[in-house]
Design a binder for this molecule. Sequence first.
Ligand code: NAP
Length: 375
Amino acid sequence: MSNDSLKRLRHRIEDLDVQLLKLLSDRAAISVQIGNLKARNGLSIYDQGREDAIYRHLAQYNKGPLTTSEINRIFGEIISVSRKLQAHMASDDREQLAADSDTSTLGVNTSLYGLLGNPVAQSMSPLMHNAAFRILGIDAIYLPFEVNDLRGALAGVRSLRIQGASVTHPFKTSILGLIDEIDVTAREVGAVNTIVFEGDSIRGLNTDWIGAVRCIEGLLPVKDNRFVVIGAGGAARAVVFGITRQGGKVTLVNRTKDNGLALAKGFDLPFAPLSEIEGLSGDCLINTTPVGMYPNVGKTPVPKGVLGRYKAVVDIIYNPFRTRLLKDAEAEGCQVTNGLDMFLFQGAEQFRIWTGKEPPVGPMRDVVVEALNQI
Ligand SMILES: NC(=O)c1ccc[n+]([C@@H]2O[C@H](COP(=O)([O-])OP(=O)(O)OC[C@H]3O[C@@H](n4cnc5c(N)ncnc54)[C@H](OP(=O)(O)O)[C@@H]3O)[C@@H](O)[C@H]2O)c1
């Protein structure tokens, strides 16, 4: 390609960027008008149905080369900015409450939810659930509890009549023997990440697998595709369960053979040790190990050379946003996604279970992304 052709193409890109900027400014100005109207009529800024309709509308018109998930990601940002502009215009109490993290309305009727784990200090769950309560105007609060004695903690939450809780590391398996009822899918996954109080009884459920499937399906359908999943810990259980339940095929890979074989046997899957990853291929590679997580951001669980054998790569880590594995995979031409959607949608399902209401996924995502950007 001559230098002139390159220059011409770059000029066209610059012209298009200016047109895009103008269109985005026009769109933002209309959002401000909508914000004013909503404020005057006491309407909520957040409208999940309307946002879903925008994405459906765009999917209908998308003829490539961008994928639907790429379009959704770009418009997710645009919609998020519109929402902020509208919220800025609105002066109704609920929006103000969302912005200010006001706790002055908490009282004897406030519903209490929590997180049982150890450690819990870094968890984004309180931020995400409290934002959702505020956005929907629900009188509830979600608190992190650093638990040393799970049995004692469960007795405590029972007598305090907490409505529900998330369960995280290291209790997802040990809680199975301590609660009254276990949902059939949680039993099949072999882990509980959500508890709910029904009268005097505590029921355990699992929403991690739903988050995992939603995360993967942002890139490619699960059904009939071939997945290589690295890791055999708690997160791998949820990922493997979700994929097999939705009709995908899994090969399990793990550093320690005995741990890998134990999980593979439970789900009737083929197994390979991590040292033999070079001999494998598939449609999608998924990392469920902590390798590459902050602060060890230079690490990756697999050599870059193997990544070209996959169309897509998922890393369930979301801190950092783009792990070394995802950067390597992009360089090899793979579609990639991190674990933010897994986290977001497991939390959204918990919210639905506890409140019976449609979770405000957009604002829940916004607060987490904003917090992660500040780390
Ligand atoms: N996005 C989300 O919503 C979400 C949800 C849950 C967890 N996660 C993330 O997923 C990761 C794993 O969590 P988990 O609860 O499954 O942990 P876990 O139960 O401790 O399991 C860890 C797994 O990673 C493997 N592993 C650890 N260090 C390794 C290394 N240096 N090289 C190769 N393999 C290694 C372990 O293999 P061995 O058997 O050989 O020890 C094991 O299979 C964490 O980073 C966590 O933050 C994300």
